[in-house]
Design a protein around this ligand. Structure first.
Ligand code: AMP
Length: 525
């Protein structure tokens, strides 16, 4: 084991990350994907070749190159290759439907696109935007130009292209919990800073073997987890699809030491009939985040994996990882997000220009080179994100700081239920409902009301076999929170709508349940 990787000077542009690791670690395993193992020197060599191949098909520095792949070996090769070519990788979510794909490619024109030969339908979509000579196929049945042939036929020398630290290296789409997806343009150096934050907050080293079970087209999977691992010199085991059985098998087979999971994945793992903690004994770190997690779920995980360090991470596509919370802080305040990484400037603002006092809700804002450059081709949305005009990026999340500097999430600005001009944070209601032993999951939201603007409501998923009446739950609210915050309606539902990244789609829930709404009773907060 070579230690001290977290202290090593990190590269300042993305394409340097595999090269720096290769210089230090040579042929040590960088990526395992299916039956294929790739060392750091080979990863660097293949990325150079892909960069040169791009130039060969006429792609120039600054061009945008799409990646539309599962978590397979060609993903990191294409990603680092595009960065080395001075081009911008555009990470297209696999879940994109035809209309979203068309929308994205109309707004963000591509010079080439890498996708899998089995994606016949998507190859058809791509053909509407690109000539076939720019559609690069991966796989045994790949039509020309095939990824394998391009790489095999290209020169392995590092391209002689100077890439500026603050230039755009990649575009990631935001989750799209509201409206259409926006492409967040990410600077090279900012994302190298994120890797540094990841190494420090998670304590990654080159002795680690990491399960990459979150999609690489999402910021958490690609930047917070995978890229931090490459920078640390860890080995990444890429899992093309998420399922608990495959995950447990991979942990055992590759002696995986670290995993990142969104709370939904953790719940699926713990509830899986074949869950067997003894198969996960090699895990020394589990990072979770991307969406609020139920402290009871994390407690359950901590009991199942007593040797593993559980670290919560809070971040955002536009800014990378920002806060983290280890077990020591979790014991003090299980519902907190954690603390900001010390290298990043963070503030909670109660009002523009006025930082929130301890215990007062404020919007989480952050400033510095880790922020995105803007939303590609969307000046208005960019202005809204940087709305104060002085460099702060506004998350739309409302946090509260305690006397120990720990931050708790109290809601999102746009999720806030506004009833009679008073703000109600959904998480306040959800925390109460989750105290009920029959509640498996829940989400609070506002129902439109002619008089009050909105009235709080809650959708509840019951644990299997748990008997419960609406009145039981309302009694719990009566005991615990102010009258105006109590839900006027309780909806018992089979499941809640989450995105693939584990994010609750509150707008979708409101739409689904709004139609079932009966006139609100007792609308007298
Ligand atoms: P995305 O850009 O898709 O990663 O979504 C970012 C948003 O996810 C943040 O603004 C938060 O609202 C939410 N989020 C991320 N991490 C956490 C976390 N650990 N706990 C609660 N919410 C989170």
């Amino acid at each position: 084991m070579i230690t001290g990787s977290a202290d090593a000077e990190l590269p300042r542009v993305i394409g340097e990350l595999p090269r720096a690791a290769a210089r230090r670690l040579g042929a040590k395993a960088a990526v395992i994907a299916g039956d294929r193992g790739i060392g750091f020197d080979e990863l660097d060599d293949l990325a150079n070749r892909f960069a040169n191949a791009l130039a060969g098909i006429g792609a120039a520095p600054g061009d945008r190159i799409g990646i539309f792949l599962r978590n397979i070996a060609e993903y990191p090769i294409a990603y680092f290759g595009i960065a080395k070519a001075g081009a911008v990788s555009v990470h297209i979510p696999l879940r994109f439907a035809e209309a979203e794909f068309d929308y994205a490619l109309r707004r963000i024109p591509l010079a080439a696109l890498v996708l899998e030969d089995s994606m016949t339908q998507q190859i058809g979509w791509a053909a509407r935007h690109l000539p076939s000579s720019r559609i690069i196929q991966v796989g045994a049945e790949a039509a020309a130009p095939s990824f394998a042939d391009l790489v095999a036929g290209a020169n392995a020398d590092a391209p002689a292209i100077a890439v500026a630290e603050d230039s755009a290296g990649l575009i990631l789409f935001t989750s799209g919990t509201t409206g259409y997806p926006k492409g967040a343009l990410q600077p090279h150096y900012g994302r190298c800073l994120s890797a540094q934050v990841g190494i420090a907050d998670f304590g990654l080293t080159d002795a680690d073997v990491l399960a990459v079970a979150s999609p690489l087209y999402h910021a958490a999977g690609l930047l917070t987890w995978f890229q931090s691992g490459v920078a640390a010199g860890a080995c990444a085991v890429l899992l093309p699809t998420w399922d608990p059985a495959t995950f447990m098998e991979a942990v055992q087979r590759y002696r995986i030491t670290g995993a990142f999971a969104v709370p939904t994945q953790l719940a699926m793992l713990l509830r899986h009939p074949g869950f067997d903690a003894s198969r996960l004994r090699t895990l020394r770190i589990v990072v979770y985040g991307g969406a609020p997690s139920d402290p009871r779920l994390i407690e359950e995980l901590a009991r199942a994996l007593p040797e593993a360090r559980l670290v919560q991470n809070y971040g955002m596509t536009e800014i990378g990882p920002l806060f983290s919370q280890g077990p020591e802080d979790r014991r003090v305040n299980p519902s907190a997000l954690g603390r900001p990484n010390a290298t990043l400037e963070v503030e909670l603002f109660a009002e523009p220009g006025r930082p929130a006092a301890i215990g007062e809700p404020g919007e989480i804002a952050t400033r510095g080179r880790h922020l995105m450059l803007g939303y590609y081709g969307d000046e208005q949305a960019t202005r809204e994100f940087f709305r104060s005009g002085d460099g702060w990026g506004w998350t739309g999340d409302l946090g509260m700081r305690d006397e120990n500097g720990m931050i708790t999430l109290v809601g999102r600005t746009r999720d806030t239920i506004i009833s009679g001009a008073v703000n109600i944070y959904p998480s306040e209601l959800e925390r109460v409902a989750k105290q009920h032993p029959g509640v498996a999951d829940c989400a609070a939201f506002g129902l439109p009301d002619d008089i009050w603007g909105e009235l709080p409501a809650i959708a509840v998923v019951l644990k299997p076999g748990a008997p419960m009446q609406e009145a039981d739950l309302l009694a719990l609210f009566e005991e615990t929170i102010a009258r105006f915050k109590r839900p006027r309606q309780v909806f018992f539902v089979e499941s809640l709508p989450y995105t693939i990244a584990g994010k609750l789609q509150r707008a979708e829930l409101r739409k689904q349940l709004g139609e079932k709404t009966r006139p609100a009773e007792g609308a007298k907060p």
